[in-house]
Design a binder for this molecule. Structure first.
Ligand SMILES: Cc1cc2nc3c(=O)[nH]c(=O)nc-3n(C[C@H](O)[C@H](O)[C@H](O)COP(=O)(O)O)c2cc1C
Length: 169
């Protein structure tokens, strides 16, 4: 059983490519080691991030994310259980609001950006975009995303509520 958390937050300063590269450099190895998969959409000032994995690992990482000085007003939009991951293969995928394929999808839906969509639609769009991108990637790129070794993930406790309450501790 996996937990998926979707939150949005506001950046303290305009988000640059350098910021995304730095967040990715910190997050990718850590998410890989914890068996987390994740996909993050961002525009100039906001993040919309989906994090999925075993409850204890998701809760621990959410605490680290909330503590990051790069952003504020972290609001959990959705938390649900899944039997399978929506973002298999992506340990820290990122998608800029300027992505042409995404812009095309949003235009068809009548939205200016993904923050305007309800959270379920936003996840659906990100899942579709991530899936397409993943299928287009070469095996070398896929390997760089997922690393050569798979980590061993400790078994989570069964009580989801207890695990999640840790988020607010
Ligand atoms: C929008 C945003 C998303 C982040 N996502 C992750 C993530 O998925 N995994 C992760 O380990 N750190 C993530 N971080 C970075 C953490 O806040 C933190 O810097 C990182 O976990 C390293 O923590 P440490 O410096 O205490 O070791 C994110 C930060 C921001 C601002």
């Amino acid at each position: 059983m996996f937990v998926q958390i979707t939150y949005n937050s506001c950046a303290r300063a305009r988000i640059t490519d350098q910021d995304i590269a730095e967040i990715t450099a910190r997050s990718l190895p850590s998410n890989l080691a914890k068996g987390l998969t994740s996909y993050m959409y961002y525009d100039d000032w906001r993040f919309l991030h989906i994090l999925e994995g075993r409850p204890a690992q998701v809760a621990h990482t959410m605490k680290q994310i909330i503590d990051s000085p790069l952003h504020y007003s972290v609001k959990v939009r959705l938390m649900n259980r899944n039997h399978a991951r929506d973002f298999q293969g992506w340990h820290f995928g990122t998608l800029a609001a300027t992505d042409p394929e995404l812009c095309r999808i949003l235009k068809n839906m009548g939205f200016r950006d993904l923050f305007q969509a309800n959270v379920l639609d936003a996840i659906k769009v990100l899942k579709r975009t991530a899936g397409r991108k993943y299928r287009k990637m070469s095996s070398l790129e896929k390997q760089a995303l997922s690393g050569p070794r798979r980590s061993s993930i400790p078994k989570s406790k069964p009580n989801l509520t207890e695990e999640m309450l840790g988020l607010r501790g």
